[in-house]
Design a binder for this molecule. Structure first.
Ligand code: EPS
Length: 348
């Protein structure tokens, strides 16, 4: 869907590394690896993460497209090594001679990609599905998002997030997460992301697939475990038109609004107000307290597979969602003002 800021990622959760190739960044944009690494650290944090996060310390290597700290206009390649790969080399080997059923599993985890993936990709070993469906791949997506954020930064576009709810808790999230952990259970939650300082007119009303609300919803909805995305006031369904719509006034010749129920988008375009996106993450589907499921190897009922898991990853999820939105906004900026260099873009 992204047409100017395009990227592909590759990599399995316990494979050697995660890779992304980004194409379409004009020359002259500053790329700071320390900023990318700080974003990666944010994604690894948050209360409720599991043992895997103490193994990984994600850092990016830039292997193409940047010279002396600035983009060249050529594809930018990013790589993050999986430290845990050391422990999984044989199990994740690409070599046919190394075939093993160590770490294979056939007991689907309800809520994960295991069941549908095994049928779609015709495999009995659910590890073949788990490895790519794992949220591990979001590390490289956050690195790509950090590059997108550096594009946004050149135009003073900034971002913030807030956790609104974890399980039933609207404050004291840690106690709620501790309770779930003790019970061998997991939790989801709700978060809000705000992008400030966007120019008026990103996106378009003229065709369904150019509407920015649709693009943002797709980008956030496809973050692992996200089940709903809202732009602006999520009570819109119960408000009247006169309560909901953001009326316009003049102040010193400038148009102002006293509310932002539309969340910064009208007619699929930015309207100069902050972009406000909220999303709901479901509870993580890998549980220590086992869920009932079916073993696909012998079609018997059993308890779902469990190795290790996070109890709650809502904060990480919001960092990933921020990154995804950054990619959409960078794409829109390039569509509207794009050129081959930062200087050309700034002139426009
Ligand atoms: C995940 C399972 C866990 C999480 C992982 C997502 O990994 P493992 O199977 O190695 O214990 O830690 O998240 C990450 C590795 C990460 O970097 O966020 C899953 O099944 O989705």
């Amino acid at each position: 869907m992204l047409t100017k800021f395009r990227f592909l990622t590759a990599g399995e959760s316990h494979g050697k590394c995660l890779t992304a190739i980004i194409e379409g960044i004009p020359s002259g944009f500053e790329i700071d690896p320390d900023f990318i690494n700080a974003e990666l650290k944010r994604r690894q944090g948050g209360y409720g993460r599991g043992a895997r996060m103490s193994i990984e310390s994600d850092t990016v290597e830039i292997t193409s497209g940047v010279r002396f700290g600035k983009t060249l206009g050529s594809p930018v390649t990013l790589v993050i090594q999986n430290k845990d790969w050391e422990n999984w080399q044989k199990i994740m080997s690409a070599c046919a001679d190394d075939v093993t059923d160590e770490k294979a599993f056939t007991k689907c985890r309800p809520g994960h990609a295991d069941y549908a993936g095994s049928i779609k990709y015709n495999t009995k070993d659910l590890r073949d599905i788990l490895e790519r469906s794992s949220a591990r791949k979001t590390a490289i997506e956050v690195a790509v998002g950090a590059v997108a954020k550096m594009i946004l930064k050149q135009f003073d576009i900034t971002c913030s997030f807030k956790i609104l709810q974890i399980g039933n808790a609207k404050e004291n999230f840690e106690a709620e997460i501790d309770r779930a952990k003790e019970a061998g259970d997991t939790l989801g939650g709700k978060f809000e992301i705000i992008y400030q300082n966007l120019p008026v007119g990103l996106g378009s009303h003229v065709h369904w697939d150019r509407m920015l609300d649709g693009k943002i919803a797709q980008a956030v909805m496809s973050v692992p475990a996200v089940k709903s995305v809202t732009i602006g006031n999520h009570h819109a369904y119960k408000m009247t038109g006169s309560e909901y719509h953001d009326q316009m006034y003049l102040e010193n010749g400038e148009i102002i609004r006293k509310t932002n129920n539309a969340g910064g988008l009208e007619g699929g375009m930015t309207n100069g107000q902050p972009l406000v996106v909220t999303a709901v993450m479901k509870p993580i589907p890998t549980l220590r307290k086992p869920l009932n499921t079916v073993d696909l190897s012998n079609m018997t009922e059993c308890e779902a597979h469990f190795e290790r898991s996070d109890t709650c990853a809502v904060e990480a999820c919001s960092v990933v969602a921020e990154a995804r939105i950054a990619c959409v906004l960078a794409d829109e900026l390039l569509l509207k003002f794009g050129g081959d260099s930062l200087a050309e873009m700034q002139k426009r």
